[in-house]
Design a protein around this ligand. Sequence first.
Ligand SMILES: Cc1cc2nc3c(=O)[nH]c(=O)nc-3n(C[C@H](O)[C@H](O)[C@H](O)COP(=O)(O)OP(=O)(O)OC[C@H]3O[C@@H](n4cnc5c(N)ncnc54)[C@H](O)[C@@H]3O)c2cc1C
Length: 391
Amino acid sequence: MANGMKFDLIIVGGGLAGAALAVALRKSRLSIALVEAAAPRHAQGWDQRVYAYSPANAAFLRELGIWERLDHDRLCAVERMDVRGDRNGALQFSAYQSGLAELAWIGESSLIHCELWESLRRQHNVMVFAPAQLKDMVLTEEGAALVLEDGRSLCADLVVGADGRDSRVRELAGIGSSVTPYGERGVVANLRCEQAHRGTAFQWFREDGVLAWLPLPDKLVSIVWSAPDDVAADLLSSDDSTFCERVAAAGGQALGAMTLETPRAAFPLRLMRVDSMIGMRVALIGDAAHAIHPLSGHGINLGFQDAKELAALLCGLKPWQGAGDHALLRRYARARAEEPFVLQYATHGLNRLFSSRHPAAALLRNVGMNLTDRLPVITNALTRYAVSGKL
Ligand SMILES: Cc1cc2nc3c(=O)[nH]c(=O)nc-3n(C[C@H](O)[C@H](O)[C@H](O)COP(=O)(O)OP(=O)(O)OC[C@H]3O[C@@H](n4cnc5c(N)ncnc54)[C@H](O)[C@@H]3O)c2cc1C
């Protein structure tokens, strides 16, 4: 493979995780190439890809100088969470009772994505290749050589795979992964409600899936209905008013009647674990390294924490160390071993518990919720874990 333009680091994939890593390295001495198939664009109206960002990640984005540049009229703070089981189980979380300013922030993916790209385009140490796609890659002890689909060649000490759940970097590096499809799709849309949500996020564990309403400004909510494939197909094919009535009814009309604000979209859901987050001259971040059920709203939150950890290690490189230093990569893998593992198992377990039709499982989940709700020590601990990623 021919040698090409030389960098310290090549990031393949400029989604939220890859772009955040590039921006987090803005003060480093590293020369960076960012290869991305399609640069982000601002949504027309509201973007239906809406995520919950933990306060820990809002703080990370603040450190990157991104948070304060966002249009805050498009963000909503979650002050309360109301979680319901399928048989009178209930759990309530409150920022006020846990001594926190907010439990999470809800905002559009494109809002943060475009701001990260604004920042990295101004960065002196990043060269952006977009639209461009990774085609081939050879990894040796001396370095990594990449070929793009358009024939250009790049080489570097380290390649970061931030190229999402079907990562080509992961595949070319020979890092194994195991995938468990849930047989479910996440149906998403934004809806306008009759009544104000007052900063409350709702979640219902139902027989036909997990339904979440995430508060957006101005009586809007973003819904994620993680539904079995046949239910998802029904939700997608019904007409707008039937869909809205079904969503409102599934949530017990908690916010009155609803109307559709954006088209619907759906994403297949699966659990994906990798054999390792690193390989020779390779590190994986974001969905390339772990895919998780959206019921806990942690996917990109894990990706941001990967980016933060890897950037901190790369910023601390000694003058004689290269970016692909294996000891550094091992430190990264150790630092990120626990959190994705714990969250993947916890959300997977919850999903299984709530999708089981066994009467004992129904009893266990609803009694468990009610007991947890009566023990403020546990709800506060859970709240703090969700907010900071630490118990
Ligand atoms: C229904 C649903 C709801 C969700 N809700 C939440 C939530 O509330 N909170 C949360 O934290 N997470 C949530 N997630 C998860 C979140 O969407 C993902 O974790 C996040 O988008 C992953 O970001 P990423 O940058 O790692 O990967 P991606 O967003 O997949 O980005 C990968 C990038 O790599 C590029 N790329 C791929 N291959 C190549 C190649 N060969 N060459 C060049 N470029 C390439 C792609 O164009 C893309 O831009 C949800 C997911 C779903 C499905």
